[in-house]
Design a protein around this ligand. Structure first.
Ligand code: AMP
Ligand code: MG
Length: 322
């Protein structure tokens, strides 16, 4: 299998115009980008990711000025949120414009849209002039890529090229906020938190139950999952556990036992930035069990908690989401 070549912005835009899929750096994770108006290109993204057809995709655009091309209604809430958080890691779910492909919306009456902040994504979107779908550039259910080499490891030469944008600054997927109804609702937590949104909206923001909440037994979608079985362990307990020689640790409050894991920063933004790369490194060691120290309970950590809970639900299993 050949490696995916690195491309520049011009080559990336040509590939998108041809209907090819490319590896696109965003500030959240690397996306598998394709022309959002080209049904064959969108179908190729689903095929490459092996993603089930009913999982809708996010349309990425260059600026809020293009939002009206994708959304039938741009409400005052949407306008205010776009002004505050775009470009940035917030996706808005809005009533769809008529022409938006059913493959993108999952056949729903809404469409998800975001303006990414990464300078290379910005350059590509400005030159391309239209929207691209860009789900995380990993096979369905696997750990999302935050470095160009992660995209190469996932896709070999199935992708036309990858733009080298270095390590992603945010490191976990965007916050998804549904503003298509009378109650703004978080569908996926991320770097833009509930208090940040409420400060702009001046109204309470609802959240779907966090993955792993005991109120949704059996409803845990597996996601972002390493192959190694992964268990979340209380911060207070982790120093006491005798985990044996073929177990690995991912910690934040103290170092793991010597040679048996990695430690991430003890604040949410630094932790999120390093999370997926750390999971990939630990997964590659082929341990029997990966123990992850539970993150704190505060709002700032909601995105990290969500990803780790899904990773724990999906680790070692076959049924996953992407
Ligand atoms: P990603 O894999 O990062 O591209 O994110 C795709 C996710 O965005 C989907 O799995 C949904 O959770 C969410 N999403 C996209 N479009 C919609 C929509 N129209 N309504 C609700 N959620 C959506
Ligand atoms: Mg994904």
């Amino acid at each position: 299998m050949k490696a995916i070549p690195t491309c520049d912005v011009e080559e990336a835009v040509s590939a998108l115009r041809r209907g090819d899929a490319i590896g696109l750096p965003t500030e959240t994770v690397y996306g598998l980008a394709a022309d959002a108006t080209n049904p064959a290109a969108v179908a190729r993204v689903f095929a490459l990711k092996r993603r089930p057809a009913n999982h809708p995709l996010i349309v990425h655009i260059a600026s809020a000025a293009q939002l009206g091309r994708w959304a039938r209604v741009v409400s005052p809430w949407a306008t205010a949120l776009a002004a505050s958080f775009w470009p940035g890691p917030l996706t808005l779910v809005l009533p769809r414009a008529e022409h938006v492909l059913d493959a993108i919306t999952g056949g729903q009456e809404t469409v998800a849209v975001r303006v990414p902040a990464h300078p290379l994504a910005q350059k590509v979107l400005i030159a391309f002039g239209s929207g691209v779908v860009a789900p995380s550039a990993n096979r369905f259910g696997r750990i999302s890529p935050t470095m160009p080499e992660h995209v190469r490891a996932e896709f070999g030469d199935d992708v036309a090229c990858v733009l080298d944008g270095g390590a992603c600054a945010v490191g976990i997927e965007s916050t998804i906020l549904d503003v298509s109804t009378n109650t703004p609702r978080i569908l996926r937590p991320g770097a833009v938190t509930v208090p940040m949104l409420e400060a702009v909206l001046d109204t309470p923001v609802a959240s779907t139950a966090e993955a792993g909440s005991p109120r949704v037994p059996g409803g845990l979608p597996a996601h972002y999952a390493p192959r190694t079985p992964l268990e979340l362990v209380d911060a207070s307990a982790f120093r006491l556990l005798d985990t044996g020689p073929d177990a690995l640790w991912l910690t934040w409050s103290a170092d793991p036992p010597a040679g048996s894991g990695l430690r991430l920063p003890a604040e949410a933004t630094g932790y999120a930035k390093g999370l997926y790369a750390a999971l990939r490194i630990l997964d590659a060691r082929g341990a029997r069990q990966l123990y992850v120290e539970k993150p704190p309970e505060s709002q700032q950590w909601a995105g990290v908690r969500d990803r780790l809970t899904r990773a724990a639900a999906g680790a070692g299993a076959d049924e996953r989401g992407s």
